[in-house]
Design a protein around this ligand. Structure first.
Ligand SMILES: CC(C)(COP(=O)(O)OP(=O)(O)OC[C@H]1O[C@@H](n2cnc3c(N)ncnc32)[C@H](O)[C@@H]1OP(=O)(O)O)[C@@H](O)C(=O)NCCC(=O)NCCS
Length: 247
């Protein structure tokens, strides 16, 4: 992949056939090239507009659209058929799954996870657009499958929004909310694994983040939970997976 005047590419970028980089918006804004950091991996039929800046290690699925005037950090991972509309700010290590719509002027901080089918709204009274602004997703929060987030709200740090929820109000940090309208169920640190495999969140941190920081401590935690379950007569394991282990 080479740079042209619509795109400034970092080193070691790979794109599949059918990818369009530096697509020009129809909006009347001064032109700036698309800037992509090193090691991007862009899968077939994705389109990334000019006037956007993305850090290192971008990874997209197929048919992803990232529009103009987005500022996106390093290690952004976005999967098939997701659309990032214009004017968003996205931090580092953000993962957005398939079939999501991220509305204009949404802010997503570092380490946020967005599950498949999430829709983000930005205009309380369409199509007025005078106060158009998406929600703010604070560091490390997780949004479950098929969630709808309404405009202007703040999802607090490390919070978890349950599957299918419609979130109409701010969510406090570390809260688990669910339902339509979403209501607080508990704190993320109070969630238990139904299979006694681990504690899903400790100090708001999920298993992957903990493994990354201290694998040994994470293994000790799992062993402790396994022993507690056995002492209480339960047999830890994942249903339907022979031996109860993930590969
Ligand atoms: C919200 C969530 C974390 C709650 O977990 P939990 O506290 O262990 O939930 P429980 O199963 O104990 O349910 C507690 C109550 O909340 C309800 N509830 C749970 N999840 C709900 C949801 N998403 N929407 C509405 N109500 C929900 C349950 O029906 C239950 O109600 P009841 O007490 O009247 O029976 C979980 O259900 C969820 O939605 N996880 C996200 C899954 C997801 O989207 N993953 C994305 C990766 S694919």
């Amino acid at each position: 992949m080479t740079s042209d005047n619509a795109t400034i590419l970092g080193a070691d970028c790979l794109s599949d056939p059918g990818v369009i980089l530096g697509y020009r918006t129809g909006r009347k804004i001064p032109f700036e090239p698309l800037r992509l950091g090193d090691h991007a991996r862009i899968r077939s039929h994705s389109v990334i507009y000019a006037n956007t800046t993305i850090g290192h290690h971008l990874e997209t699925g197929h048919n992803v659209v990232i529009r103009e005037e987005n500022r996106i950090g390093d290690h952004f991972c976005v999967w098939n058929n997701t659309v990032i509309d214009y004017g968003c700010v996205i931090g580092n290590n953000v993962k957005i799954h398939s079939n999501c719509y991220i509305a204009q002027f949404t802010t997503i901080e570092d380490e946020v996870f967005i599950a498949p089918g999430v829709s983000v709204a930005n205009d309380p009274h369409p199509i007025c657009a005078l106060c158009m602004r998406g929600p703010t997703l604070k560091k490390g929060c997780r949004i479950g499958v098929n969630v709808t987030l309404l405009p202007h709200i703040i999802i607090g740090q490390s919070a978890l929004v349950g599957a299918g929820s419609v979130v109409t109000r701010d969510v406090p940090p570390f809260a688990v909310v669910a339902g339509n309208p979403a209501r607080r169920l508990r704190d993320v640190n109070e969630l238990n694994c139904p299979f006694d495999l681990t504690q899903p969140y400790v100090d708001g941190q999920d298993v992957k983040a903990r493994e990354h920081q201290d694998m040994q401590a994470e293994e000790q935690l799992r062993e402790q939970i396994r022993r507690q379950a056995e002492a209480q007569g339960r047999r830890p394991g994942v249903p339907g997976i022979p031996g109860g282990q993930r590969t």
